[in-house]
Design a protein around this ligand. Sequence first.
Ligand SMILES: Cc1cc2nc3c(=O)[nH]c(=O)nc-3n(C[C@H](O)[C@H](O)[C@H](O)COP(=O)(O)OP(=O)(O)OC[C@H]3O[C@@H](n4cnc5c(N)ncnc54)[C@H](O)[C@@H]3O)c2cc1C
Length: 321
Amino acid sequence: MNSLAGRFGGMLCRAQRASLGCRAKSALVSAVPSDPAAYVAGKLAHFDSMQFTPIRESTVSREMTSRYMSEMMEYAETDVVIVGAGSAGLSCAYELTKHPHIKVAILEQNVAPGGGCWLGGQLMSSMVVRKPAHEFLDELEVPYDDKGDYVVVKHAALFTASVLRKTLIAPNVKLFNAVAVEDLLVKQEGDKVGVRGVVTNWSLVTQNHDTQSCMDPQVMEAKVVVTATGHDGPMGASSAKRLESLGALPAGLPGMGALDMNTAEDAVVQMTSEVVPGLIFAGMEVSEARGCNRMGPTFGAMLLSGQKAANLAVQILNRQG
Ligand SMILES: Cc1cc2nc3c(=O)[nH]c(=O)nc-3n(C[C@H](O)[C@H](O)[C@H](O)COP(=O)(O)OP(=O)(O)OC[C@H]3O[C@@H](n4cnc5c(N)ncnc54)[C@H](O)[C@@H]3O)c2cc1C
């Protein structure tokens, strides 16, 4: 395991002892009660005697509605939109938390964010990350087994939960889940097209366009769009496919190439770029748009591609002034 446990263990252990009368092995695991039987008895007594503070049902409704609607008002115009909350999109969003003045919206079509990064290859649990992407895991305080050239996180969900927590806690980032990006906001700028935002709808509406009469979407304007919608599929690679249909990318997307871990991971990071003014490709959508190899179940490129996309976005924002 990496050394973070040791580095932070003592500090938190003292805090935990002070508040809980506990003995913790490290900051990365739960506090261990010094007298487990007494701890359990105390907890059960608490649950048996506790009562929630009263609330009106309408208060709950108003809290949710007013917050969501005011966030939709606030994010009608934003600095960066990230399409897709998979490993690349979330790594991008996390990196942007280092710039608290930049307003970031993540749009994820699924109810659950995380994309394909809740499991490793073939639905197995662990996640292999090639160095130097382990430095990102250190930053997120995700523990791993160091195997020399690569590291192994015991469960991919540990990475996804950690990057989600550190991202969502930041005040400059808002995740809109169950929201699909149906199209791009594209402007003709001289002889080029520029992407200036996204066209959105609630995913349940998007899924029912064939069964109901017309249900219009709405628009979120953005100075920069990072698209990280993953592999081609019913929704995946959606920005690449749309740009191809508009003629902004060459006809006949190359699609991802055959599996070669060694070339693919480097290529995805290198080819993470602003392909169309205002739009950056990240994660596996890069290989769909640019034709580099797939890498199979090694996730380092997703993490670093997302981080690179964030830094490109900051550069573009600075350029725009
Ligand atoms: C066929 C297949 C092959 C795979 N091969 C590889 C491989 O070669 N290498 C590899 O690393 N991994 C592979 N994986 C696993 C996995 O997809 C990736 O590792 C990793 O999750 C990709 O990260 P990502 O962030 O680019 O995309 P994803 O994790 O797929 O995340 C994309 C997210 O975008 C969301 N999204 C898509 N379109 C929209 C939209 N229009 N609006 C809003 N949200 C949207 C999706 O719901 C999803 O949450 C493969 C998976 C499949 C199914």
